[in-house]
Design a protein around this ligand. Structure first.
Ligand SMILES: Nc1ncnc2c1ncn2[C@@H]1O[C@H](COP(=O)(O)OP(=O)(O)OP(=O)(O)O)[C@@H](O)[C@H]1O
Ligand SMILES: [Mg+2]
Length: 250
C-alpha cells in the first residue's frame, strides 16, 4: 500500500514539544541535563523513528511525550491538549486515552495472565469485566496470541511477550503509540514480525514514535529524528518506496 506524506499545512500536529528541558537532580549538587531545549513535532498518522547514541535522552524524551514524567521546563501538547497546567489526574486520563506504550523489556505484570495484562489499561473506563475480556481477547487474536491468553509472561517467548505488550498498548485504541527499543530484546526474525505489526498499525492510522538503535528499523519510518546530548541533531524525511525488510541493506 502506497503511503503519501501529507503537507504540513493540511496536517494536524499530534505531538508538539517546544524547548523542552529535563534535568535530573541526583543530590550532592549533581545534576544531569537529559534534555536541553528540545523542540520537535509529530503529525497525525506519522511514523517517526528516533535515533541517537546511548544516553542522548531518547527514553527521557519518550517519557515526556507519554506524560510518564514532567519536563523541568518547556511545553508539551498532545492532540491539541497542552499539558503543563494539567493535574496528575488529568495527565493520567489523557495518557490512558491517547497513548499506548511498548517497552524493550515488555514490562508485563508477571503475576497476571496475557489476557489480564491486556485488560489492565481498560480499567480507566469502568467497563464491565466481560466487555474488557472480550476486547482483550480480540486484540490477542489480532496479534496471533489467542492460544496463549491464559499464559503468564514467564510462560511466553520474548516475541510473544512483545505481542502481548503491543495488545496492551492498543487496549484503549489510543491514537499514539510510543515504543522504546521494541525489538531490542528480540532475534531478527521476531523483530521483523514486530516491525510488520507496527507497519500495520501505521497503515491503520496510528501515530507511531519508535526509538531504535537499528538503522534498518529506522528506515521504515516517514521521518527519522536524530538526537544527541538532549537536542535534535538533524532530521530526515524518508520517501516511501516499498516495503522494507528488517536488516535489508538497500
Ligand atoms: N531517572 C533518572 N535519574 C537520573 N538520571 C537519569 C535518569 N534517567 C535518565 N538519566 C540520565 O539522563 C541521560 C539520558 O538518559 P536516557 O535514558 O534518556 O538515554 P537513552 O538515549 O534512552 O539511552 P539508551 O540508548 O542507553 O537507552 C543519561 O545521561 C542518563 O544517565
Ligand atoms: Mg533508552
Amino acid at each position: 500500500m502506497e503511503r503519501h506524506y501529507k503537507s504540513d499545512e493540511n496536517t494536524k500536529k499530534m505531538i508538539e514539544l517546544k524547548n523542552v528541558c529535563k534535568t535530573y537532580i541526583m543530590g550532592e549538587g549533581v545534576t544531569v541535563n537529559a534534555l536541553q531545549g528540545l523542540s520537535m513535532h509529530v503529525n497525525e498518522g506519522e511514523h517517526i523513528s528516533i535515533l541517537g547514541p546511548s544516553g542522548s535522552g531518547k527514553s527521557t524524551l519518550l517519557h515526556m511525550m507519554g506524560l510518564l514524567d514532567k519536563p523541568t521546563s518547556g511545553k508539551i501538547c498532545l492532540d491539541g491538549h497542552c499539558t503543563e497546567e494539567m493535574s496528575d489526574d488529568e495527565r493520567a486520563y489523557i495518557r490512558g486515552k491517547k497513548i499506548g506504550f511498548v517497552f524493550q523489556t515488555f514490562n508485563l505484570i508477571p503475576s497476571l495472565t496475557a489476557l489480564e495484562n491486556v485488560m489492565l489499561p481498560m480499567m480507566i473506563y469502568n467497563a464491565p469485566r466481560e466487555e474488557r475480556e472480550e476486547r482483550a481477547m480480540e486484540l490477542l487474536t489480532q496479534l496471533g496470541m489467542e492460544n496463549r491468553a491464559g499464559h503468564k509472561p514467564s510462560q511466553l517467548s520474548g516475541g510473544q511477550r512483545q505481542r502481548v505488550a503491543i495488545a496492551r498498548a492498543l487496549a484503549n485504541d489510543p491514537p499514539i503509540i510510543l515504543a522504546d527499543e521494541p525489538t531490542g530484546n528480540l532475534d531478527s526474525k521476531t523483530s521483523t514480525e514486530v516491525v510488520e505489526i507496527f507497519d500495520d498499525l501505521h497503515r491503520r492510522g496510528k501515530t507511531l514514535i519508535v526509538v531504535t538503535h537499528d538503522e534498518g528499523i529506522a528506515g521504515c519510518a516517514d521521518r527519522v529524528i536524530k538526537i544527541k546530548d538532549g537536542r535534535v541533531l538533524e532530521e530526515e524525511r524518508l520517501v516511501k518506496r516499498r516495503k522494507r525488510t528488517y536488516g535489508s541493506k538497500d
